[in-house]
Design a protein. Sequence first.
Length: 241
Amino acid sequence: MFIERNYSVSSQRQFISALKIFTTYYPSTKINDIELTRPKKSKKLPSVLSQEEVLHIINVTTNLKHRAIIALLYSCGLRISELINLRLKDFHIERKQLLVKSGKGRKDRYVSLAESFIPLLKNYYYSYKPKEFFVEGIQAEKYSASSVRAFLKKSCKKASIHRAVTPHTLRHSYATHLLENGVDIRYIQSLLGHSRPETTMIYTHVKRKDLMQIQNPLDVALQKVASSDNDHKKVMLSRKI
């Protein structure tokens, strides 16, 4: 069934879990002899933008509301659901903090507001005058997640970023950049609202600074040969053969 319908690994795992519970409550089905093994979860690394790419996306976004949304998603590491549920009363400008209520797992948390974001926030507020939510659609209703994804896609196209970028990519980028800036992994876990440190640890695999400091063995080998050989052309990979 999974092969024919091309279901994802997570769907397969959910199905097997449900079937195991079903057979526990209904032993009369007599399907206990079937070997039900959950496939292992895929371990994919998150897609991350560079800081320059994030700034470029914000700069090419001319619509003030859209610009404020992208800047807030990145600067606070918000999930898309958290953004569209934000209320104006959740902003504590004097303390430069944002209260994120009922995040994943029904947890509240505080995140810091970027000082550079506050003028943009004020400009957006006085221009659009939202009534209750940070961003509102027609008749002061909640903004839709699909609208955010749509204009983010357009902004990335304008910025000549051709790989897939979603609101969650901005969250991944926020966490990775914090780690690269030397912020302790425990604080990042708290800022992201992760229940387990293992979830946050994935960003240690994608931070650029540590990777850039590791010398590639090919470079080391070439440097050793070059230091002992006066004819550098012999060890240049790009030379004509």
